[in-house]
Design a protein around this ligand. Structure first.
Ligand SMILES: *Cc1c(COP(=O)(O)O)cnc(C)c1O
Length: 375
């Protein structure tokens, strides 16, 4: 099937675009000897895991279900971090994962024995309290009062026994300069304990596959930790793996006027691209311009009854009409992992476009997917 023939709404992940990202990431691995794993929180389309597994070292999970998915569908290295683990899930998590990362000394003490018995690696998440981003407090694990990672004032070096690595995750959509600044602070605050470790995990938020990203600086940051402390370096980006590798194909259902020109689409910001409202941001729309840039400007909204279900204002060369197709870009990440059936909205189909441009529907959703989450 061609893209034009898919029913809407559909998420379409493009294998060639995904592979382009994977080649950039595996280049970093080859040149430095670091390991890069997929943070499934951002992208869990497991139909692509065999392809991703050809390039990357494995998966990162935030709990039991992601850990199980990574194990079942990729089956390579499997790391897990959770702000707190549930006791009844711990045996299975240890079974599925090779690196178990704790968020506090109390969790570490509670489970260390179990993890060691299974001969798995124990890690501790540290919080360098080094914010390198502005504006997105909900994406800043170093914000005041953050629940992520042990800060220096809470650090208890006498309890580090058996900890083979540190983990930090402090970036969001950032370049390598923010990483370099963070590493300076980590060395200053936690440098004393780095030589006794085997590995360090730089977390995610590295926008490695973005145009203009400073790969050279990233690689020097990796080498610095390898050479100075003899550490094995892990990175677990999510976004960077499927950045700009997917689309959301939608149709216009109707147009109307209320002061401004409006178009109602068969896709919802609230249900199908929740980050548009949560982040918030204006998703790219192929062939469109900024408001006023082209002749016809429309406010695009979803078919739910939420007044704020607005995707944004866009302009077009021709007036929109019912049946027109609109294609949003960068819709692989934080889209299908976060969508919902609020207001009885159907979930978009999940499709894969191969290198010849042929599209295949991998999974379709219907009424039962809505009903079974309720009772
Ligand atoms: C969210 C998250 C990631 C991935 O972040 P991206 O911004 O998608 O690269 C990696 N590690 C941890 C612990 C996370 O919470």
């Amino acid at each position: 099937m061609r893209l034009e023939e898919l029913s809407t709404p559909s998420y379409v992940v493009d294998e060639a675009l995904l592979e382009k990202n994977l080649k950039i990431l595996s280049g970093v691995m080859e040149r430095t000897g670091c390991k890069i794993i997929l943070a499934q929180k951002a992208f869990s389309m497991y139909a692509t895991y065999p392809l991703i597994g050809q390039y990357l070292s494995g998966t990162a999970a935030s709990g039991l279900f992601e850990a199980r998915l990574g194990h079942e569908e990729m089956g390579k290295e499997n790391h897990v971090f959770s702000p707190a683990y549930r006791e009844e899930e711990m045996d299975e998590i240890i079974d599925l994962c090779d690196h178990i990362i704790f968020n506090s000394f109390s969790q570490l003490e509670k489970y260390r024995e179990k993890v060691h018995k299974a001969q798995k690696a124990v890690g501790l998440r540290i919080n360098p309290e080094c914010s390198t981003q502005e504006g997105h407090e909900i994406y800043d694990p170093c914000a005041r009062g953050s629940r992520f990672g042990v800060t220096l004032s809470q650090f208890e070096p006498e309890k580090l026994e058996g900890v083979s690595g540190f983990h930090f995750h402090t970036l969001c959509e950032q370049d390598a300069d923010a990483l370099a600044v963070t590493l300076d602070v980590i060395e200053e605050k936690f440098g004393e304990w780095l030589p006794q470790l085997e590995w360090i995990n730089f977390g995610g938020g590295h926008h490695i596959t973005r145009e203009g990203y400073n790969l050279e600086l990233l690689e020097s940051c990796i080498k610095r930790m390898q050479d100075k402390y003899g550490l094995k370096v892990y990175l677990e980006p999510g976004e960077a793996i499927a950045l700009n590798a997917g689309f959301l194909v939608t149709s216009v259902l109707d147009t109307l006027v209320n002061d401004v020109e409006l178009a109602i689409l068969d896709t919802s910001a609230s249900c199908h691209m929740p980050d548009v409202l949560e982040m918030p941001y204006r998703p790219p729309l192929l062939g469109s311009g900024l408001p006023g840039e082209k002749e016809h400007t429309y406010r695009l909204g979803g078919p739910t009854c939420l007044a704020g279900d607005v995707i944004g204002d866009y302009s077009f060369d021709e007036p929109l009409k019912a049946g027109d197709r609109l294609i949003f870009g960068d819709m692989a990440i934080y889209s299908m992992v976060k969508n919902n059936t609020f207001n009885g909205m159907a979930l978009p189909a999940i499709c894969l476009r191969d290198k010849d441009g042929d599209c295949r529907v991998v999974r379709q959703f219907g009424y039962q997917d809505f009903k079974y989450r309720l009772s």
